[in-house]
Design a protein around this ligand. Structure first.
Ligand code: SAM
Length: 254
């Protein structure tokens, strides 16, 4: 008798918002800095009665708005689309490098019926507000995926995970936070190591993506590509656009 297939729960379509969890703000120190520059420009415009400080204040407001939009909405919509395009079966093993409070990890987990999604992080609060394993676990409950996820506290440059075991490795705006090119290279090596042959890698980041593309090619990954993810993932405007680097681990010839 054939095994009964459980259908994977579809990700809510892009328009369905907000998510049930609470995911904080990325790079939270950025907003107070913008706030200070905004206030300086407003005061300057009022005192000097010149147009340039007023235009400066408007530009800063635009940057702040766009950064917030990407953190709170844009990145979810973009990753929902990326995950839908992968057409997952539901039995995959997925790893999210630098999962934070679980924004991308739990979107991915909602595609799984029998598979498992693992999130690894050091829960740095300078990179995401309210970042903690506890906050991520609360979100997993809220999104209804707690039964199919695992959270691990570990540095993504030294993964305490066996090789060749994940069908899909993801990472969203995490690897650029690692200090030093050699350490970022180590994170890429680890991502490749834990992927199973034939497995896919998707890294979205706002810096260093040309390096990721080159280094993944050097590591022997195939189908390596880099593309701009568009206005929904501008972190303060078009000058801070997110790019996606995708690649596949070759199947070894026996
Ligand atoms: C901007 S947040 C993005 C979180 C999540 N990917 C998302 O999209 O919501 C970057 C994350 O990378 C994590 N991170 C930075 N360096 C790390 C490292 N060396 N190992 C593990 N996680 C790291 C931070 O703790 C933070 O949770």
């Amino acid at each position: 008798m054939g095994e009964m297939q459980t259908a994977a729960m579809p990700i809510p379509p892009a328009g369905q918002f907000p998510r049930k969890g609470s995911y904080g703000i990325d790079a939270p120190y950025f907003l107070p800095i913008l706030g200070i520059f905004f206030a300086i420009n407003v005061v300057n415009a009022l005192i000097s009665r010149r147009i340039w400080p007023a235009l400066g204040a408007a530009l800063i407001l635009f940057c702040g708005f766009w950064g917030l939009h990407t953190s709170k909405r844009g990145k979810f919509l973009v990753w929902a689309d990326l995950l839908n395009e992968l057409q997952l079966r539901g039995d995959e093993r997925i790893l999210d490098l630098g999962c934070g409070r679980g924004a991308v990890l739990f979107l991915a987990a909602q595609h799984l019926s029998r598979g498992r999604a693992v999130g690894v992080d050091i829960w740095n609060r300078a990179d995401q507000s309210g970042n903690s394993e506890k906050a991520a676990r609360r979100n997993a409950m809220a999104e209804g995926v707690a039964d199919r996820i695992e959270l691990m506290t570990a540095d993504i440059t030294q993964l305490p995970l066996e090789s060749d075991q994940f069908d899909l490795v993801l990472s969203n705006v995490a690897i650029h936070n690692i200090k030093g090119k050699a350490n970022r290279a180590k994170a890429l090596e680890e991502a490749v190591r834990v992927l199973r042959p034939g497995g896919r890698l998707l890294i979205a980041d706002l810096r260093c993506t040309a390096f990721y593309r080159g280094y993944l090619t050097k590591l022997g990954m195939i189908d390596v590509a880099r593309k701009n993810l568009g206005w929904r993932m501008w972190w303060s405007g078009p000058w801070a656009a997110t790019r996606l680097v995708s690649a596949r681990k070759p199947v070894k010839n026996s």
